[in-house]
Design a protein around this ligand. Structure first.
Ligand SMILES: [Zn+2]
Length: 289
C-alpha cells in the first residue's frame, strides 16, 4: 500500500493523523412523563404514612381505643346452623333487659277438708231394735245429721252417706266415719268403741284417727272406751273395703242403747260434738276451742 507521507518541517516523516469519526450521540428523551413519577418523594411519604397508621390501628384496637364496628350481612345471619349458643345477628336491635320484675306467686287456695259421714243402717235396715221399739237407725241418723251440720259450719265439704251408698265405691276424702250404736241386749254394759279396718293399708293414719276420736268422744260424753266388745262386724266393716284405700276410715259405736240411752237420746249434741272434735283433731291437729 502506498502511504502518503508528508514531511514536516524537520524533514521527519509524519503519519497523517487518523480522521476520527465523531459520532453525535443523540439521547432519546421520553416524550410523556407520569406526574407521580415526577415526584417520587411524595409517593414514598404516602406509603410510609399508611404503614404507620396500620401499625397504630393494630396496636390500639385490641386495647379498646379504637371501636370495632361489626358489620354483618344477611348472608352471615342465616349462616349454616351450628350446635351451641344461639347466634344473634350483630347489628340487630337486641332488647335491653330491664329491671327484674318480682312476681309474687298466687297464694295457694286453702285446702278444704272433705269428709264422708255414714249414717249407719240408713237406707238399708233398722239396725238394732230395743224392746220398747227404739231403733238404732233413728239414733244414727239424728247424730249423723248433727255431725254433718257442725262440720259444714267449719267450711268442710261433707258427704252424708247411707249404709250402702253407691258413692262409697272408691270414695276419696280426708276421712270417712261410719256412725252406729250398740244394741239393748247386754244389760249393764256401757261405753263406746272406735276401730279401723282389720287389715289397714294406712294403719298409721287410721290409728291416729281412732285415737283422736276416742279421746275427744270420751272427753265430751264421759263414756268409757269399751275395747272388749269390738267385733269383726266393726273391723271387717264392709265400707272399709269399698272406699279408696288411701282414705282414712273408722267406725264408731256411740254407746249401748240400754244403759247409755240417756246420752244417745237426750244429749245428742254432746255426742255429735265429741265426734266432730275427734275429726278436727285428726285433720287439723290442733286443740279444739
Ligand atoms: Zn249398727
Amino acid at each position: 500500500m502506498q502511504l502518503k507521507l508528508r514531511l514536516n518541517g524537520a524533514g521527519e516523516c509524519v503519519e497523517p493523523a487518523p480522521v476520527r469519526k465523531t459520532m453525535s450521540k443523540t439521547v432519546s428523551r421520553p416524550k410523556a412523563v407520569a406526574p407521580s413519577e415526577s415526584d417520587p418523594w411524595a409517593a414514598g411519604l404516602l406509603l410510609r404514612g399508611l404503614v404507620v397508621l396500620a401499625a397504630a390501628l393494630a396496636l390500639l384496637a385490641p386495647l379498646g381505643f379504637v371501636p370495632i364496628i361489626p358489620v354483618a350481612t344477611g348472608a352471615v345471619a342465616v349462616a349454616e346452623p351450628q350446635s351451641g349458643p344461639a347466634l344473634i345477628p350483630l347489628g340487630a336491635s337486641t332488647p335491653t333487659p330491664g329491671p327484674l320484675a318480682l312476681v309474687n306467686p298466687a297464694p295457694a287456695a286453702p285446702h278444704v277438708m272433705r269428709v264422708g259421714i255414714v249414717a249407719g243402717h240408713v237406707g238399708s235396715d233398722s239396725g238394732a231394735v230395743c224392746p220398747d221399739g227404739l231403733q238404732e237407725v233413728q239414733l244414727n241418723s239424728q247424730i249423723a245429721d248433727l255431725v254433718v251440720g257442725m262440720l259444714r259450719a267449719r267450711g268442710w265439704n261433707v258427704d252424708l252417706l247411707e249404709e250402702f251408698d253407691e258413692r262409697l265405691t272408691g270414695y276419696q276424702a280426708n276421712a270417712l266415719l261410719s256412725i252406729h250404736a250398740d244394741s239393748c241386749v247386754y244389760e249393764g254394759k256401757t261405753g263406746f268403741k272406735v276401730t279401723r279396718a282389720e287389715s289397714s293399708y294406712i294403719p298409721g293414719s287410721e290409728d291416729m284417727l281412732v285415737s283422736c276420736l276416742s279421746r275427744y268422744y270420751n272427753a265430751r260424753t264421759g263414756l268409757p272406751f269399751d275395747a272388749n266388745t269390738i267385733t269383726f262386724d266393726m273391723t271387717r266393716y264392709h265400707a272399709f273395703y269399698e272406699i279408696n284405700q288411701n282414705t282414712p276410715a273408722a267406725i264408731i259405736e256411740t254407746g249401748f242403747m240400754l244403759d247409755d240411752r240417756e246420752v244417745l237420746v237426750e244429749r245428742q249434741d254432746v255426742v255429735a260434738l265429741g265426734i266432730v272434735e275427734g275429726l278436727v283433731c285428726f285433720l287439723e291437729g290442733e286443740p279444739v276451742r
